[in-house]
Structures are given as structure tokens and as C-alpha cells.
Design a protein around this ligand. Structure first.
Ligand code: ATP
Length: 279
């Protein structure tokens, strides 16, 4: 088996004395999708922050390309080829798609006082890169704010691929999307995998995870509640674990209504209500 692009071993993170993560291990391989599943407060955001270089881990080891390391900043993570696409994408809504595609890394042409943005190159490259991922946008000149949430996620994925990411971390890319748009985004997540990237897909939706995932790590209140490869788990089992099988069963019992008492029956023809007293 090849060396994982990213490997977490027994990683923990505390905020003061609040345990956000403890004993978390996972592997990200080139050309594979590792899904991290968990409910609210499970520690998913904390895990992203560690891999994206926003927070250093307190315990355990983080390896990149087999080398033990600690990331100093998001820039450091990016320099090592780890790109993170957050749910609330940092885009400038009124700027065209191509401008957002190159935001912060704009190519220029000319020299000295004649130096200016190479708009044609940016426009052409954006169009070509989106097409390469199979994204056929009507017009790369339209403001990115006019794209649907799903399309914006796709542009962000294509951007990470273009700028040479080796690892792509996606923070709940389908959380705010409907069924159809989620499908489109998952298609591009798979396209990034096929382009040879190692993908980390954070989600609380086992159905989405199972459609594209190769490995699954379940988090619950900061600890690992399961770790599987695709061939060692079924969708039903993953869904059950995610829903907290036994907790759900307990809740079902609690919510079950006590059976209603049978309605009082009276013989046919009998007057309703109490009989009048005999005089
Ligand atoms: P959600 O899906 O609701 O965002 P999550 O799975 O991303 O949840 P985290 O945000 O990683 O979970 O939080 C894990 C735990 O760590 C929670 O109990 C949370 O309250 C705590 N936590 C997260 N960030 C901080 C912080 N900066 N300071 C203190 N506690 C924190």
C-alpha cells in the first residue's frame, strides 16, 4: 500500500479543558475519498482546522507524505498541497467567475509601469479548467454570486485542482443543497479523485458519503465511533451507526404513545348518557 498523503494517528485537540477530539486516526490516499461523518459537535470542524493548518493538534501525530509534522498556518498547509474548500466559500459575489478563480494569484503581463492583469489568460484558463472537470458554465464573465451554491462549490473544486492541490478537504459541500445539486457536486468530488487527488469529504449524510467514499471515519462527541473501508461496511450499517442505532431505539420507546383506552360501548338502541332516575 502506498504512503498516505495525510495520516492522523491518535490525534487529540483540547480547547482549555473541553475535549474537541481524542484518539482520532485516519488516512488520506491519492485517488481516494476519505469521508468523515459526524453529527453536530462531533468534532468535524476541529479536524478540518488541524488538517488545514488553522489549529495545531495537542496529541498524537500528523504525517504528510509519511513525514511527521505540525502545520503552522493555512499558508503552510497550502504550500504542502492541502487545499480546503469551506462551506461558506470566500468569494467576491459581484466579481466574474474568472476573477474569483484567480483571486490572490492573478497572472500579469507586461513589465514596469505597463504591468497589468492578464485578463484574457485568466478568462481562457478558467473556461478550460472548468471544462476539464466537465463543468460547462454558460459564461465565465457572469458574477459568481449569480451561480447556484452547487456551481460555486464546483468552481472552488476546479480551482484547487488547477492550483496543484494534492489533498482536497471539503467542508460539508452538500449540506445546504437539494438532491439534484448535491449529485452534481458529488460528481465533481469524484472528478477530483479521478484527477489523482486525495479527498477528505466532511459530511453528516451517510448516503452522500457512501456514493463516493472509499474510507469512512465516524466521529461522535470528539471520539471515533467507527472506521471502515468501503468493502467492510454496508450503507445500512453506516446509516445505523451514524444515526446512533441504540440511541434511536431508546428514543423510539420514549416517543411511543401509550395505547389509547378502548372506547366505551353501549348496547344498540340504548339511550346515550346516564339513565333518568325512576321517580
Ligand atoms: P458542527 O457540525 O455543529 O459544526 P462539529 O462536528 O464541526 O460540529 P466542532 O465544531 O469541531 O464540531 O466542535 C467539537 C467540540 O469542541 C464541541 O463540543 C464544541 O463546543 C467544542 N469547540 C469547538 N471550537 C471551540 C472553541 N474555539 N473553544 C471551545 N470549544 C470549542
Amino acid at each position: 500500500m502506498s504512503t498516505p498523503l495525510v495520516q492522523l494517528d491518535d490525534v487529540s485537540k483540547y480547547y482549555g479543558n473541553i475535549r474537541a477530539l481524542e484518539g482520532v486516526s485516519l488516512e488520506v490516499h491519492a485517488g481516494e475519498i476519505t469521508c468523515v461523518l459526524g453529527d453536530n459537535g462531533a468534532g468535524k470542524s476541529t479536524l478540518i482546522k488541524i488538517v488545514a493548518g488553522l489549529h495545531a493538534h495537542d496529541g498524537g501525530t500528523l504525517r504528510i507524505d509519511g513525514e511527521e509534522t505540525s502545520l503552522a498556518s493555512p499558508r503552510d498547509a497550502l504550500d504542502r498541497g492541502i487545499a480546503t474548500v469551506y462551506q461558506d466559500l470566500a468569494v467576491v459575489p459581484l466579481m466574474p467567475v474568472w476573477r474569483n478563480f484567480f483571486l490572490g494569484s492573478e497572472p500579469t503581463k507586461g513589465a514596469g509601469p505597463f504591468k497589468r492583469l492578464d485578463v484574457d489568460l485568466m478568462r481562457e484558463t478558467t473556461r478550460a479548467e472548468l471544462l476539464r472537470m466537465g463543468i460547462d458554465l454558460r459564461d465565465v464573465d457572469q458574477p459568481i454570486g449569480t451561480l447556484s451554491g452547487g456551481e460555486r462549490q464546483c468552481v472552488a473544486i476546479a480551482r484547487a485542482v488547477h492550483f496543484g492541490a494534492k489533498v482536497l478537504v471539503l467542508d460539508e459541500p452538500t449540506a445546504a443543497l437539494g438532491v439534484k445539486q448535491s449529485g452534481v457536486v458529488l460528481k465533481y468530488v469524484a472528478a477530483a479523485r479521478d484527477a489523482g487527488l486525495g479527498v477528505v469529504l466532511i459530511t453528516h449524510n451517510p448516503h452522500h458519503a457512501y456514493l463516493v467514499g472509499d474510507r469512512f471515519v465516524l466521529l461522535k462527541r470528539g471520539v471515533m465511533a467507527g472506521s471502515h473501508t468501503k468493502d467492510s461496511v454496508t450503507l445500512d450499517e453506516l446509516t445505523r451507526q451514524m444515526a446512533g442505532g441504540s440511541e434511536l431505539e431508546g428514543l423510539r420507546h420514549e416517543l411511543e404513545r401509550a395505547p389509547a383506552p378502548p372506547p366505551a360501548t353501549s348496547p344498540p338502541g340504548a339511550p346515550a348518557g346516564p339513565r333518568p332516575e325512576a321517580p
